[in-house]
Design a protein around this ligand. Structure first.
Ligand SMILES: Cc1cc2nc3c(=O)[nH]c(=O)nc-3n(C[C@H](O)[C@H](O)[C@H](O)COP(=O)(O)O)c2cc1C
Length: 178
């Protein structure tokens, strides 16, 4: 399985990005997790720029999504909502065909952010027929440096949680297709 892990944070020291990077290093042999942390490269969405005028960073994200078997999304909460960069990326995707049948799950790197999570669940259930709200993995990593996040998640109980989560996601991706 080839999963694309999209971070909704544009911060270099993002805990969500560090968590997804750790996940990409913990996966079982038959899972590849590619982390997309370039949300800030996407220009502000306008329907005028769809079609032939599609900006290259949007084309790149769309291709990564097309080539993946499923998406893992992890994002901070900004002002009790989805950060503008992530919502902007979703706006770019909504009238294209990459995301509509794509399996999507959420991870989260904080004990806070439930207003954002509620909104993101609504938005993702709107853009994809295969958003799986019941499959969710959360760690409390707020304010930890990236190296500590890698170490924390490499601990056997956490690493096992991550492997089980990816296995469950794979099983759901397959059973939906059966
Ligand atoms: C502009 C801004 C607004 C924020 N608003 C909230 C908020 O409304 N609720 C909350 O719990 N945290 C809020 N936070 C804190 C972030 O959600 C939190 O630090 C998050 O873990 C950062 O994720 P990251 O490390 O992946 O960038 C805000 C942070 C910033 C920079």
């Amino acid at each position: 399985m080839n999963f694309l892990a999209i971070s909704g944070s544009a911060r270099a020291a993002s805990t969500n990005t560090a968590m997804l990077n750790a996940v990409s290093n913990i996966t079982a042999d038959d899972h590849i997790v590619t982390v997309f942390s370039n949300i800030a490269d996407l220009p502000v969405f306008s329907p005028d720029a769809e079609g032939d005028a599609l900006p290259a960073p949007v084309e790149q994200l769309a291709r990564l999504i097309r080539e993946s078997d499923g998406l893992i999304v992890a994002s901070p909460e900004y002002v009790r909502a989805i950060p503008g960069g992530l919502k902007n990326a979703i706006d770019w995707l909504v009238s294209r065909d990459e995301i509509i049948a794509k399996p999507i799950v959420l991870m989260h790197a904080s004990h806070r952010g439930d207003d954002m999570l509620a909104q993101l669940r609504l938005v993702l259930a709107t853009v994809s027929d295969r958003f799986m709200p019941d499959l969710f993995l959360r760690f409390s990593l707020m304010n930890l440096p990236s190296g500590d996040i890698e170490d924390t998640l490499q601990n056997p109980p956490h690493a096992q949680q991550i492997k089980d989560f990816l296995k469950d996601f794979e099983a759901r991706c397959m059973s939906d297709l059966a």
